[in-house]
Design a protein around this ligand. Sequence first.
Ligand code: MSP
Length: 529
Amino acid sequence: MNFKNFYVTSPIYYVNDVPHIGHAYTSIACDVAARFKRLDGFDVRFLTGTDEHGQKVEKSALSRGKTPQEFCDEISVKFSDLVKDLNLSNDDFIRTTEERHKKCAQEFWRILERNGWIYKSTYEGWYAVRDEAFYAEDELVNGKAPTGAEVEWHKEESYFFKLSAFQDKLLALYDAVPDFVQPESKRNEVLSFVRGGKDYVKGALRDLSISRTSFSWGVKVPGDEKHVMYVWLDALTNYISALGFPDENSQMIQRFWCDTTDSPVHIVGKDILRFHAVYWPAFLMAAQIPLPNKIFAHGWWTNCGQKISKSVGNVIDPYKELEWIQFFGCDAETAVDYFKYFLLREVPFGNDGDYNRKNLITRVNAELANNVGNLTQRILSMIYKNNNKKIVNISYYDDAKELFEKAYALKDQINVEMDKFAFDQALEKIIIFARACNLFVDQKAPWNLKKEHRIEEMNLVLSTIAECLRYIGIALQPFLPKLAPKILDILNIDEKHRELKHLNSDFALKAGHEINEPKGVFPRLEIKN
Ligand code: MSP
């Protein structure tokens, strides 16, 4: 069966901190993936939210003199606002302090327990509150977690999950579904961890401590309320609690967890891959729940070459960046699209990248303002002024054949890249096509044709490019959801004809089709005097 349902999730964000570029990045990537699938006719669900339990959040709340719940309510809103302010298309926003979630996490626990995967013992070892993660002695680097986080020694009664029993099952999974963890380099890291180094070491996975007694801000362990659930076990279940689990009649579970071929997809940062690619599938196997289709780990942003950190004070605040972009002469809506475009275009998804404002300006001006923007403006204005707003019949225009071949190929090219979450490459294909259009215009020089009174030829050139802009406008929508539709508005293409399936000659602009008055879509970013 080939189901056209698609479920994509971002991590849920810790509320111990206000949102920064790292949080924005993961959600923006999910948004574009979701919009692209919708454009391709899929029934899509995109989930994001906040991760509100755990020692880290409890500590942050107490240090500010607030109860954990008050503190969570205050910060969670900043994340849900960011989603709105970035014009992201999430269908739901889950908070782990919501009843629907707690109910799910507890039921999930009960299932693991019933299936015999949980036992009680004593945990003794290192814990990094910042990572909310346990570390073995041999994982420490200079007395700290491998992530650089401070560790504390813990000894407490704890419930354990029999992770050790899943080593072979996980390896079999990575083998059977080679693209379960993407990109490839990250998959190798996961494989190496589960194998216990390069070669297979039986018993390399240790059982996982999944409850805590030394603080209380968490979901209570069913039947033993002295314990709260380990925050990662609690948090990971958000992906199904938001679909209505454990309600057996939940249609959403059926649609978005079971009846889907190339999802669920969890998009996460590389720092939290282990939790998603090892613990989560093991938990799900233990609960006998189907596994997600893919875990995609993206890289980290640095700020002008420096690691982003609160103590250095170089954390990138998305709101400040949006303000800064507007300073160069564009409105808020345009700034949002430019910012999102830059983040996905600048760095291959999966690699680390450097955030640099100068590069943002250069890229936006070169690719959007000068390339796509210029093409849109100069061609559509000429049609509007010189051909009474009308498109002519281009079906017999032989000179445009090569260009149209490129246009017809665009859909498949983009699909191939989007299947790999290669956002930058999908955009590259569109930008290259727009360049080819500009070259065609330069070669045909319709303004000269006009001077020479070769009006029929001029109209053929202009209408050809209008038709190519239809492809560009449609394809850019997931990436530039506010700006790309403006191209389609000028072209006067109705809402029902803006999907990926319309990227072919059957839906070509017809002779006599009237366009609307062109207005600049992609302002250049420059200091105005
Ligand atoms: N709460 C957990 C996730 C639970 S999911 C069941 C968590 N939250 S987080 O707020 O710390 O991080 C969320 C995401 O932000 C992670 O995917 C992380 O990789 C990402 N980023 C944080 N800083 C980043 C950069 N500097 N660059 C890119 N992304 C980074 O982990």
